[in-house]
Design a protein around this ligand. Structure first.
Ligand SMILES: Nc1ncnc2c1ncn2[C@@H]1O[C@H](COP(=O)(O)OP(=O)(O)OP(=O)(O)O)[C@@H](O)[C@H]1O
Ligand SMILES: [Mg+2]
Length: 318
């Protein structure tokens, strides 16, 4: 037994302050009066840490932050009570906007590219990664400008050398460059998997084949592909599992994948079987999309969802 419970350390190089607000109709030129404003500390790993914290897990959010918006992000995390370690940068932390159009139910998401990091700053971010072996390190999100595309590969190698589990959720070249460098769990969305393999994958069998190929060719030990309203598939040495998403009211999909990943990783860190961890992920994803704001979940809502999923799968296998 480890002396301390595994801690889920998240690593976010390009976090954001996330604003969301709602208007009846979104149209050009005229002033659009908005209501129902929410602001959250955001960016892949920051969301994962918030959700792990909400679910009662041990976490630490490591993130870069700079300028007035960086201080704002830091304060939002303080308010949320999330243990954190800020790597200071000179650039200004980005601000993301989501506008919800009431009449259509559509969501418009504006995501800036974020600041430029100096060599010393991204080196400091690497140096902030923890050394103790029991940790799960979750690297998530896009890279800020001027950060080498191989930085997640380097973080994965460091984690593997330290005996840590390394979880990665990113896209594009940063994702491609990290494959095969010691990833325990990779979480592409279907769109990210399609970009990676260079073709669309409408056919479930093709999705499963590509996820399994990533495991078989050593890209990652486990691959969980999130499929939006279709649920998720999990590929590992043992084969492929597919689980439907539970029916859920959709209010905002921002951070659904992060909530999914947080709950799944927390379950794995607590020793759950992969198929059980997958249900925790689906439960948290369903709760996240039913709320407004980024990855807002409560422990009781996720536990209720999870219990309902378990009852359903028990009934299904009876
Ligand atoms: N419309 C939806 N209906 C039901 N569940 C959903 C819906 N959208 C998302 N989810 C839940 O949230 C999980 C993650 O969503 P998704 O697959 O969109 O990943 P993502 O990481 O948010 O996507 P991306 O990174 O491409 O924006 C899904 O596996 C599912 O459990
Ligand atoms: Mg995602």
């Amino acid at each position: 037994m480890p002396l301390t419970p595994p801690r889920i350390v998240t690593w976010t190089l390009n976090p954001a302050v996330d604003f969301v607000s709602t208007a009846p109709v979104i149209a050009a030129t005229h002033k659009i009066r908005t209501h129902d404003e929410h602001v959250d500390p955001g960016g892949g790993g920051v969301n994962v840490a918030r959700v792990v914290h909400a679910l009662g897990g041990e976490t630490l959010a490591i993130f870069t932050a700079g300028d007035v918006t960086g201080r704002f992000l830091d304060e939002l995390l303080e308010e949320a009570g999330v243990p954190r370690h800020r790597v200071p940068i000179a650039g200004r932390t980005r601000v993301s906007f989501t506008f919800r159009e009431e009449t259509s139910g559509r969501e418009y998401r504006f995501v800036p590219e974020g600041p430029t990091l100096s060599d010393a700053e991204w080196h400091a971010a690497l140096a902030a990664l923890p050394a103790a072996s029991e940790h799960y390190v979750v690297a998530s999100g896009s890279l800020p400008r001027a950060v080498p595309v191989g930085i997640y590969a380097e973080a994965a190698r460091l984690a593997a050398a330290r005996g840590q589990a390394f979880v990665l959720d990113t896209s594009g070249e940063a994702l491609r460059a990290a494959l095969g460098h010691g990833i325990t769990l990779l979480k592409p969305s279907l769109r990210e998997l399609e970009t990676l393999v260079g073709r669309t994958l409408p056919d479930p069998a093709a999705q499963e084949k590509e996820a399994l190929a990533l495991v078989r060719n050593g890209a990652a030990r486990m691959v969980v592909v999130t499929l939006g309203d279709a649920g998720a598939i999990l590929a590992s040495e043992a084969g492929v599992l597919r689980r439907q998403a539970p029916p859920a009211e959709v209010h905002s999909a921002v951070g659904a994948g992060d909530a999914f990943l947080a709950a799944m990783v927390l379950a794995l860190a607590r020793g759950a079987a992969p198929e059980d961890a997958l249900d925790w992920g689906l439960a948290a994803g369903a709760v996240a999309i039913a709320g407004i704001g980024t990855a807002r979940v409560t422990r009781s809502a996720v536990e209720r969802r999870y219990a309902a999923l378990r009852t359903k799968s028990a009934a299904g296998s009876a």
